[in-house]
Design a protein around this ligand. Structure first.
Ligand code: IMJ
Length: 256
């Protein structure tokens, strides 16, 4: 199996609709040992109940906005599992008002918050994991991003800026971590109905437009995005780093 003998850490699962859950299922089906983190602010119970579907899986609280919390979390995981082979970053947050109002109205704090949680947390995680010497040779980092980093998407606003920072961070991290033989890549997933998409104006229309215009005329599933994650975790992608792979049924290549 593709991920036989590998241990992967899935950061940012919230419920069964999470893309992180699709990634976890794919990793598990491909033979990996799967470890989770969840947001310490939210109830752990939902995540604990969900991950029971994966025998032996455990979830550890981790606040992406705090280096201390990331360090405590990764230290605990290293103590329990030893060195690991992959880390998935599936974490983003912007203040609701910044997704509702015009981008120009974004406050200094709102801008910093979105970039801190959605982009800087990857840098902190990579640095702390390296410091703790908890990565096996050939370890692979994967982070989820979105097309709103490249083009203006209605309502995506400061998240587009944060995802652009995340994608640039992936490229810079690939250089630094390449010295240790670690890889860092991003997956730009097509729109999916997750908790993070809940309440977004006209989300149904966005899904319809993708279905009409994407070369494959479908919306993507969390399982499909998860399978791309498994590929990036696996040794099949050993020459791929600093890359952003679009898992969007081709939507991003279309013009008129
Ligand atoms: C989010 C906002 C606007 C348009 C959007 C999205 N489209 C898609 C998303 C078209 C696909 C979902 N997405 C890719 C995200 O990255 C979402 C991030 C997000 C969502 C929320 C909602 C609730 C909240 N804060 C958030 N922060 C980040 O309070």
């Amino acid at each position: 199996m593709l991920l036989e003998g590998k241990k992967v850490l899935i950061m940012g699962i919230r419920n069964k609709w999470s893309i992180a859950w699709g990634a976890a299922q794919s990793a598990y089906e491909n033979g990996a040992t799967v470890i989770f983190t969840h947001n310490s602010m939210e109830s752990a119970e939902k995540v604990e109940a969900l991950i029971k579907e994966i025998p032996g899986a455990k979830s550890y609280p981790c606040d992406a906005g705090s280096d201390e919390s990331i360090r405590n979390c990764l230290e605990t995981i290293k103590a329990e599992y030893g060195k690991i082979d992959g880390i998935l970053h599936s974490i983003a947050h912007a203040n609701t008002e910044d997704l509702r109002n015009d981008f120009i109205l974004t406050s200094r704090d709102g801008y910093a918050h979105a970039c801190d949680i959605s982009a800087y947390s990857l840098v902190a995680t990579a640095r702390i994991a390296r410091e703790l010497d908890m990565l096996n040779e050939g370890a692979s980092f994967v982070a989820f991003t979105y097309y709103g980093s490249e083009k203006v998407m209605e309502g995506y606003n400061v998240m587009g800026v944060a995802k652009a920072a995340l994608e640039a961070s992936i490229r810079y991290l690939s250089k630094d971590l390449g010295k240790d033989g670690y890889r860092v890549n991003g997956i730009s997933a097509g729109p999916i109905k997750t908790l993070s998409a809940k309440g977004i104006k006209d989300f149904g229309t966005i899904l319809d437009v993708v279905e009409q215009r994407a070369p494959l005329h479908k919306n993507v599933t969390t399982k499909q995005v998860g399978d791309v994650t498994s590929f990036l975790f696996s040794d099949m992608s050993s020459a791929v780093t600093g890359e952003i792979i679009h898992a969007d049924n081709g939507f991003n290549v279309t013009g008129i």
